[in-house]
Design a protein around this ligand. Structure first.
Ligand code: G3H
Ligand code: 13P
Ligand code: ZN
Length: 329
């Protein structure tokens, strides 16, 4: 099998699409972790934590990650962890997923190079245009047994190159029509989360407002049993913010979605929960700590290694105590 062939099917590479993952997660009331990676330490930590906790996982690659690390190298890294698992004689189901694809072309390119799942994000487009391109992606993907996620509603914050100051909650009146017209396999919705480390602007003494579970329930009524995806689901753990600030960083007012809210979501029709920022925070805190405590250190392994260890702990904790995905394989 050669992965330098012009097109390659994900099944040859050992990945799975998200269909069975979501069916099981929906039935048993947990969510599949979807963790982003851009480099070796992140992907090693994700896989190590998921093997350790026996959790299925969705490895997410954004357009920004492809630009940063090179699309071919990223694909080989994902393939590398599949080979590594074979050597360990332990494996968990892994989907390789494009996060926030902003065109048919990028979705096609990922499918052709061995991704098992893609997100087409037309959430900032007029409804009919979102339907048209999502459907085009579905037709190409389904012919190759690749699953497709699309989005309705807009999350505040930055979604790759698309950014919005305010969120527009998903309108439950649209979801049935959208799913029927496009044929997508899962739907990302907007119920109060946003991307990044500053999710809520709180006045002193104010606590984080709850997610709009009323909208989620309405959506579930319109498309019963349909897999729902929650983006912007980092919790922004305050212990890491405190470490970053202690060791020379400046991240005042960083705040995320409380773990309790995610636990509740994971038990509902939400069966994929996207987490990227928490990984960035953990790495930054761990690296800052080493730089501060050992200013003479200049071997990247001596600061990336501890960062990787801390990441493993964080991902394992999410699987075991937040998403409920541990011990599901
Ligand atoms: O939703 C966005 C993800 O966190 C990816 O972020 O576009 O900076 O790689 P990125
Ligand atoms: P966070 O920024 O909350 O980690 O969200 C990540 C995400 O939604 C990736 O698609
Ligand atoms: Zn996202």
């Amino acid at each position: 099998m050669s992965i330098t062939a012009e097109t390659v099917s994900y099944t040859e590479l050992g990945f799975v699409n998200t269909k069975e993952m979501f069916e099981k997660a929906n039935k048993e009331g947990y969510a599949i972790p979807a963790y982003n990676f851009n480099n070796m330490e992140q992907i090693q930590a994700i896989i190590t934590a998921c093997v350790k906790t026996k959790s299925p996982v969705i490895l997410q690659v954004s357009k920004g990650a492809r630009n940063y690390a090179n699309p071919t190298l990223l694909r080989y890294m994902a393939l590398g962890v599949m080979e590594m698992m074979k050597e360990m004689e332990i494996s968990v189901p892994v989907a390789l997923h494009l996060d926030h694809g902003d065109s048919f072309e990028i979705c096609k390119s990922c499918i052709d190079s061995g991704f098992s799942s893609v997100m087409y994000d037309g959430s900032s487009l007029p409804y009919d245009e979102n339907v048209r391109i999502s459907k085009q992606v579905v037709e190409y993907a389904h012919a190759r047994d690749v699953t497709v996620e699309a989005e309705l509603g807009v999350l505040a914050g930055i979604e790759d190159e698309v950014s919005s100051q305010v969120s527009h909650y998903t309108d439950p009146n649209d979801v049935e029509d959208f799913v029927k017209k496009t044929g997508v396999d899962s739907l990302a919705i907007s119920i109060g989360t946003s991307h990044g480390a500053y999710k809520f602007k709180l006045k002193p003494g104010e606590s984080v407002p709850p997610l709009r579970f009323d909208i989620l329930e309405e959506i579930e009524k319109r498309i019963p049993g349909f897999p729902i995806v929650l983006h912007g689901s980092s919790s922004v753990p305050q212990e890491y913010i405190a470490l970053i600030n202690k060791y020379g960083g400046k991240m005042d007012n960083a705040v995320g979605v409380p773990a309790e809210q995610l636990r509740k979501a994971a038990k509902s029709a939400v069966c994929k929960i996207n987490i990227d920022s928490d990984g960035r925070l953990v790495m930054t805190a761990a690296i800052r700590k080493v730089f501060n405590e050992k200013p003479g250190e200049f071997d990247p392994r001596k600061y990336l290694g501890p960062a990787r260890e801390e990441l493993i702990k964080m991902y394992a904790d999410k699987n075991e105590n937040v998403l409920g995905s541990a011990n599901r394989v």
